[in-house]
Design a binder for this molecule. Sequence first.
Ligand SMILES: [Zn+2]
Length: 304
Amino acid sequence: MNRKALSLLLLCMLLFSPSSTLPAWSDPSERVFDDPWLVLRSLLVSYPDRISLVDYDSVQGDWFLEIDGTRLYWARGRLLLKKDLGTESQWRAYVDYLYPDKIPDPSRFTEETIGRLNAELLAEQRRNALDFNPAFYTLLYGGESRRKIEASITRFDWLTARVSVHRSLVPALKRIEQRLNDEAGSNPEVARFLSQISRIEGYNWREVRDSTRRSQHSWGIAIDILPVGWGQKNIYWNWISYWNEKWMLIPLDRRWMPPDAVVEIFEEEGFVWGGKWHLWDNMHFEYRPELIVLGKWGYRGTPE
Ligand SMILES: [Zn+2]
């Protein structure tokens, strides 16, 4: 059996293996990030055209995935090239949170949760000082430098605007557009959402001051959809947190929300919506199919 057939067989075994073989942890988030088999398998399923193999390297003593013939080692979730092994502490884990299936609802937050959110905010800021190691996205999306990534950025008409995104996302975005337009025919909320888009931002090369962290927008895999006059509502925790330290308690009906059907359509195409983050960013959608896959397998973030 040749290598390609072997990879395909492995993929089929992974896809159809019963989920009951997964360990049943009471709090999946505690253990999931330390589980190379689970996380690498979610990546293999999410990028089947690009990741050809997940296996264990007994010489190196670590798991790896292979993209276009290049190995990336698990390296405590950092996904490192062999030459970078040993630098784990300089990087964030690539999958370091689980996506919840519901919006965290502040009306159910306890004092403990509010305190934890403040702590989470601080932790997030500390984590933001670390970036992902760029090797995985460099192989997946082609190019670490601005010049190289821009060779893969394409500009196309999408919904009501001209949007720049990584070209590998175009098929999924076209399917989303088709589904949103179909849905708008029978769902007035979706029709209203589409008619009220004022701006759509995709690719944006941003180097954050005092941080090496690169936004998902700078890989061309995130999209912000801004409605006309979101007016009296709140759309992004970071904008309001400057003057409201209880930003996490802003009720859901005081936040601008896309209709549920819109969020579902994006999720079914592999995008997470920032409105389900505790640090909510309700205009933001980003391509993270592995987080959607982990959710389908039962590994979801807790919304409270
Ligand atoms: Zn964004």
